[in-house]
Design a protein around this ligand. Structure first.
Ligand code: CMP
Length: 139
């Protein structure tokens, strides 16, 4: 079995609406093990750095102010085929296109306020996890 890791954030919209418990339960019953987890708030600068790859996109300013407006729950998750399986679990970026049973179908309201982040590659999972956690915080 190849077990690997992904990184997620439960975004400010989902935290504000009280969906953290339901989302974590779905993550657990879907077979992901929580390696690291914390509630934190990103500064504007943190959000700019985290999403630097999108800095030329028209929605960058909106994305940075949204992601820094309130607390998030950041976590590293482990499972066989973690990156792809987690992206399947959360569903499409646009909740209108997200499949039935996915977390974004259930909890997201728009393309911007889409409840969760999931890494798009093993390499980015590593980079994004290290943005929020030190090795001491990985269990
Ligand atoms: P995420 O998976 O965290 O990665 C980049 C984020 O940019 C994405 O989720 C959305 O929250 C946001 N995003 C992508 N496309 C758009 C868009 N067209 N308008 C606003 N936000 C977007």
């Amino acid at each position: 079995m190849i077990s690997n890791k992904t990184f997620t954030m439960i975004k400010p919209d989902a935290v504000e609406k009280g969906h953290v418990g339901a989302i974590l339960n779905k993550i657990n019953v879907s077979g992901f093990r929580i390696v690291s987890m914390k509630m934190t708030q990103m500064s504007q600068r943190d959000a700019e750095l985290f999403y630097a790859v999108h800095k030329e996109r028209p929605f960058f300013g909106e994305l940075v102010s949204f992601m820094s407006r309130g607390p998030i729950v950041a976590a590293i998750l482990e499972k066989e085929n973690a990156v792809d399986d987690f992206r399947t679990l959360i569903g499409a970026t646009n909740p209108e296109e997200a499949a039935e049973g996915t977390l974004r179908k259930q909890f997201a309201t728009s393309m911007g306020e889409n409840a969760l982040h999931g890494s798009d590659s093993n390499e980015n999972a590593e980079i994004e996890g290290a943005f929020h956690f030190s090795v001491r915080d990985m269990f």
